[in-house]
Design a protein around this ligand. Sequence first.
Ligand code: PEP
Ligand code: MG
Length: 575
Amino acid sequence: MMKKIKGIGISSGIAIGKAFVLEFPSLQETEYTIDKPAIEKEIERFNDAINMTESQIEELQQTFEKEVGPKYADIFSFHLAILKDKWFKNEVERIIREERINSESAVKKVIHHIGKIFKKEEKDFFQDRRRDIIDVIERIIHNLSGYSYTGMKLFSDEIIVTRDLSPSQTVSIDKNYIRGFVTAIGSETSHAAIIAKALEIPAVVAGEKVITEIKTGDTVIIDGQEGEVIIKPSEKIITEYKKKQEQLSIRKKQLLFLKDKPCETIDGRRIYLHANIELPEEVETARKYGADGIGLYRTEYLYLNRKDIPTEDEHFLAYKKVAEKMGSEKPVIIRTIDIGGDKFVSALSVRKELNPFLGWRGIRFSLERKDIFETQLRAILRAAIYGNLKVMFPMVSTMEEVKMSHRILQKVKDDLKKEKKKFREDIEVGIMVETPSAALITDKLAEESDFFSIGSNDLIQYTLAVDRSNEKISHLYQPCHPAVIKLIRHTIENGKKRGIWTGLCGEMASIPEIACLLVGMGIDELSMAPSAIPAVKEKIRSIKYSNMEKISQEVLLFETHEKVYKYLADRINGG
Ligand code: PEP
Ligand code: MG
């Protein structure tokens, strides 16, 4: 029987396909004893599974190297190292022989043992490695159990249904093989959602029910716009959604005609529409959708899923590539690493924290790990001669942080000068305004900044005290909450008073009506997932700045986010 589950749309678009439930068989159920004569056969079965897992990972690594680049393919080296590890294999074999139990159970025992050792280690490096080990084990168990788990490449035209996506699963998504994904947990601003949007894969978070209600092979429709999952839809519904899908694809093509047109209101106010990127390769998508520049390059992705930390040259080559691809005119804003919070970094030994979003994040980390910060700044300054690069600091909450960052930047410039290295001396330096404290002192911060970029994903969570990645309280996470609107307005006004420009690079910039409200408040730049640019541009080109200025004043009278958004939508779309 057809069933509809309402969730949160985290990446728009419609996908129709067969579900593949990425759930792992319970080891408990598969535990059994082996007769003595069958022991050698059982060891052979284990070795076959290891070999199969190895070739699957190698294949995945090659595909990844070809499509995304060697650096990212490197994440699989650790997986391969585990499989090749003699101790692991010998230990599993020993348990099979001595305890006469099946391979799955022997693997489980060894893993528990490793898990205990890793748990004792406080360092995140070990905790993150645990996750990698679990990834590999899941693959081995699948192969032992006859499940054809070969990583994301297997999911030809399928919709993945899973509780959560691990970092390595998320980055190994190959959009040529996957139509969409449904997860039980997550949110619009989570790691998986940002990648899904970058890859233009429809995705919905819909609670634990998806795991129990959807079975592999079920036909499923996901609507990333509405946040809906339809299980076993009727033929009539499938036809309806296919039509909707077709309309969306026609509209997408139509919107591309706007690619080379400026984002300008009817009465001539020019807004710069920039793209958010996580990997240098995404520049192509940004260009395809007519981005005026890169408004946010989340450079912490250079650190994800690897054993070591990037060298200065790795940073340099990544930034140079983006600068050159965007050309000398188009700005590229490199945000220095924003690790901590929900951002997972394997190679940096960051202790687990009780409240990571309120902890050692962004600029707080960089100011303590000056070695890492300076390496990155050196690379940015050197790459800046190849294009129009700017640098931006994340998670600022005090004036001292900005001043200290400037002092370190100056020191790095002095070092480069001494070393006679070429670099750009007059690089523009901005800050992200994403904490209420920063927003409230923007009059002062503007004296030390060339521009502001409002990080609304974080500004909303910190202002409203709502964890941005917790789907349970997502109804409270509201960009149109009057408190958020007031802080944004305050920031833009302070920027203007000091003669600096203000942009916004959180997810709310990609909602066309909200983008118009921001225009009315005087925003200069909006940065978003590349595919969101055309629809935002279309809407902004249809409004008058003078009208939006008035509307942005009027919404200040409302006390709830519903009233703000409704008024906005009625005034903009209602004519
Ligand atoms: C933000 O907080 O709005 C932002 C753009 O940064 P991130 O999503 O990477 O925290
Ligand atoms: Mg942020």
